[in-house]
Ligand binder design. Structure first.
Ligand code: FAD
Ligand code: NAD
Length: 400
């Protein structure tokens, strides 16, 4: 009997959870499942602001894929996906190719730069494990160099975060908490360090609850963060960022967080997409393709209540994984009655560093220690769903 070949591209929240679900639902004889990912580990993208700021060891955010997956049931291939050839059902890799009967595209996102000049050359844009390491090492080096330079220049200890969305706010929360420790370690007076968050919209965290935004901004300002709101970044140069009407903020550290677009493989493969995200059918397949499912940050789904896309989140990626796995199992058994995906948004909680956070859970606003506790619970829950109590105990955030 010819077993269906299922290929899952990308081992993030979407891909890993699909692979785990399929390995539980399908027997050896029913299908062959292959997961392909750049690295032999999965990382918690939602934690990356912490290793980037240096408040967490990067190793804590990663999980070896073979520690979580049943490798008797899922064949793991470590390689980079370059392109998907839908005409002949192949995934082209850097070092080979994979044939598929069903494909799950779960390759995540990359930073959106909106074509602003200088971003790729002069800003840190990679929200990946290795990208986080680079940011942390650079920040530490800026401090280490400061007292070893004959002429410490302006911008050496000015840190600019581009974008006051959740990523930018969570990162500056961590960094602002770490600055006193860095100043002490490298004998740098605190007043030499400046922290900026530059935001184009009229408010930080646009669209989020205004009372919580105010709480968060006040807290961050009390740690020395300076907000430049309503101030689009126009250009990034070797010496800083150009904002508004041409004003320059001198900085040698620009951390880019102005939003995301789908993985470039989507455009490279010729799918119809909006900023690299495919507007998927309710059953999570790419329009016009019976055999290609697209989940996580590569997928675009509309919130009909407000007629706008849902923001791409891990919460949605994990829920999509469940629907996607169920639908593949149905198709594999010869069925055609596929589930429609409906996100179940439980809330949003953003950490602010230290023991602080803000969030909305259900219709309840939370902040401070309560929100911080909730954030850790959410982070631990993602581990639990992926790898059960053992993974949660090994990698989870404790004490709560
Ligand atoms: P990812 O989890 O990013 O996984 C993509 C995988 O594909 C990775 O393993 C990557 O290595 C691999 N890959 C990429 N390209 C290739 C290639 N060409 N070949 C092979 N493999 C490849 N969302 C929330 O819901 N809550 C939060 O608190 C939250 N916090 C966040 C904090 C930060 C700092 C950031 C950056 C994002 C946060 N998000 C949060 C958003 C969330 O992380 C994403 O929506 C989620 O990771 C998307 O899941 P995914 O499976 O689509 O992609
Ligand atoms: P985002 O799109 O949510 O925020 C980007 C911000 O950058 C926006 O406020 C935008 O106005 C601003 N911006 C855009 N262009 C700019 C410019 N030229 N100059 C200055 N500011 C500019 O993106 P994000 O924060 O990277 O988040 C990506 C996704 O991940 C979102 O869906 C978010 O909800 C999710 N996320 C969630 C959490 C959480 O739930 N705790 C944390 C991080 C990220």
């Amino acid at each position: 009997m010819n077993k269906a070949k299922i290929v899952i591209a990308g081992a993030g929240y979407g891909g890993m959870n699909t692979a785990v679900a399929l390995s539980k639902k399908l027997g050896h004889n029913e299908a062959s499942i292959t997961l392909v990912n750049k690295h032999d580990y999965h990382y918690q993208t939602t934690w990356l602001h912490e290793p980037a700021a240096g408040t967490m060891d990067p190793d804590r955010t990663r999980v070896k894929i073979s520690d979580v997956l049943n490798t008797n049931k899922v064949n793991f291939v470590q390689d980079e996906v370059l392109e998907i050839k839908t005409d002949n059902k192949k995934v082209m890799l850097k070092d080979g190719e994979l044939d598929y009967d069903y494909l799950v595209v779960s390759l995540g996102a990359v930073s959106e730069t909106f074509g602003i000049p200088g971003v790729h050359e002069h800003a840190f844009t990679k929200w990946t494990l290795n990208g986080a390491r680079q940011v942390k090492d650079h920040i530490d080096a800026q401090f280490a160099n400061y007292n070893n330079t004959a002429d410490p220049h302006e911008g050496m200890l000015t840190f600019v975060v581009a974008g006051a969305g959740f990523t930018g706010i969570e990162f500056i929360g961590e960094l602002s908490e770490r600055i006193p420790e860095l100043c002490k370690k490298y004998d740098v007076p605190r007043e030499k360090v400046r922290l900026f968050v530059v935001e184009a919209a009229p408010s930080a965290l646009p669209g989020f609850d205004p009372e919580l935004v105010e709480y968060g901004m006040n807290l961050l300002e009390s740690r020395g963060v300076e907000f430049k709101i309503n101030t689009p970044i126009k250009e990034v140069t070797a010496s800083g960022v150009i904002v508004g009407e041409g004003e320059e903020i001198k900085s040698e550290t620009i951390v880019w967080a102005t939003g995301v677009r789908g993985n470039p493989v989507i455009d490279q493969s010729g799918f119809e997409a909006n900023r690299g995200r495919i507007k998927v059918e309710p059953d999570l397949r790419a329009p016009g393709f019976d055999d290609v499912f697209v989940i996580g940050d590569c997928a675009l789904i509309i919130n009909e209540e407000i007629n706008r896309p849902y923001p791409p989140t891990a919460q949605i990626a994990m829920q999509m994984a469940k629907t996607c796995a169920n639908n593949i199992v149905t198709l594999n058994k010869g069925g055609s009655n596929l589930e429609s995906f409906k996100p179940d948004i439980k809330g949003t909680v953003a950490s602010l560093g230290g023991k602080e956070a803000i969030g909305v859970v259900g219709s309840k606003k939370i902040y401070g220690g309560t929100a911080n506790f909730m954030k850790k619970m959410i982070d631990n829950r993602a581990l639990f769903i992926l790898g059960g109590p053992m993974l949660t105990l090994k990698k989870g955030k404790f004490p709560l």
